[in-house]
Write a new protein. Structure first.
Length: 289
């Protein structure tokens, strides 16, 4: 908003100076004041971002937890699909959506909007190689103007999971006319966090979970363990740049990284060092003498 106001003042100065009733010097003073306010505001924003990252860092799960969830999801997705085929139930359908959304979120690091905009025809007509590995494209998402279409690379059994979800969704939960994979009663799901949380706790995992925390965990691991070029590739696959990852997704450093050097293991003989430095305390009786 501050930038918009500053831009408006600059526009009036450039094109409507005479009708404004102000002089160039007055406009310059106004713009200078805006610039000062922007700097002060930037300090507050940066401090707020640090606090948010600190709070988010405390909620991150160990990286092994995300792998465990993917393993459990891989076991339960086909079984939930078969259970729904035999006896359609809303709670099972929501769990199936949550397991698949969580699995794909951890696999790709994408924002949930990529998953919610995933369309059935893109899955059913996905590009497939000689090993039946598929590349599914998503046209619209938050950063499509910068990164273009998002993609999800899948193995054959993962494609079958999505096709199973499409099948039961179309047959039992109003998905006949809805083009999106993640839908309920014919309406596209715009948020999948509630389904993700249900599946996370159903799998027996502890702590909080969200797509933002998953993206933070992935971006954090990439920053810690990958060289710059590989980290850049990971960020691009997640449809964000490295600077955005540093601002919003990587966690604050841990104490061990902030204090990397050990302290002296033994305390020195403080009294002897005082003597050498001429700092030996003199008693009151010596002073009086």
């Amino acid at each position: 908003m501050m930038l918009n106001a500053s831009g408006f003042i600059a526009h009036v100065k450039a094109f409507h100076l005479e009708t404004s009733g102000l002089t160039n010097a007055q406009f310059d003073r106004i713009l200078l004041q805006f610039k000062k306010l922007q700097k002060d505001n930037s300090r507050r924003i940066k401090a707020h971002q640090q606090r948010v990252k600190w709070n988010k860092s405390k909620l991150l799960r160990p990286s092994s937890d995300y792998g465990t969830f993917m393993h459990i999801a891989g076991y339960r997705v086909p079984r939930l699909t078969d259970m729904i085929r035999r006896r359609p139930r809303v709670n099972l359908f929501k769990l199936l959506q949550g397991y698949l959304a969580g699995y794909l979120g951890i696999l790709t690091g994408h924002r949930p909007v990529v998953l919610t905009n995933l369309q059935k025809d893109k899955v059913l007509q996905a590009e497939v190689d000689d090993n039946n590995r598929a590349l599914v494209w998503v046209d619209h998402h938050k950063t499509d103007r910068t990164f273009g279409n998002a993609y999800i690379a899948l193995l054959p059994h993962e494609v079958d999971w999505l096709k199973g979800l499409i099948e039961v969704s179309t047959a039992h939960f109003g998905g006949e006319q809805c083009p999106f994979v993640f839908q309920f009663e014919g309406k596209q799901l715009y948020k999948l966090n509630s389904e993700l949380k249900a599946a996370w706790h159903h799998s027996g995992m502890q702590g909080q979970i969200s797509f933002g925390l998953i993206r933070t965990a992935i971006a954090n691991q990439a920053k810690k363990h990958l060289p710059a070029e590989e980290r850049k590739l990971v960020c691009e696959a997640m449809c964000l740049d490295v600077s955005t990852a540093d601002r919003f997704y990587t966690s604050v450093p841990k104490i061990g990284l902030c204090v990397p050097h050990p302290r002296p293991p033994h305390e020195p003989d403080i009294q002897s060092t005082d003597n050498e430095a001429g700092l030996t305390a003199t008693s009151d009786s010596d002073n009086e003498a």
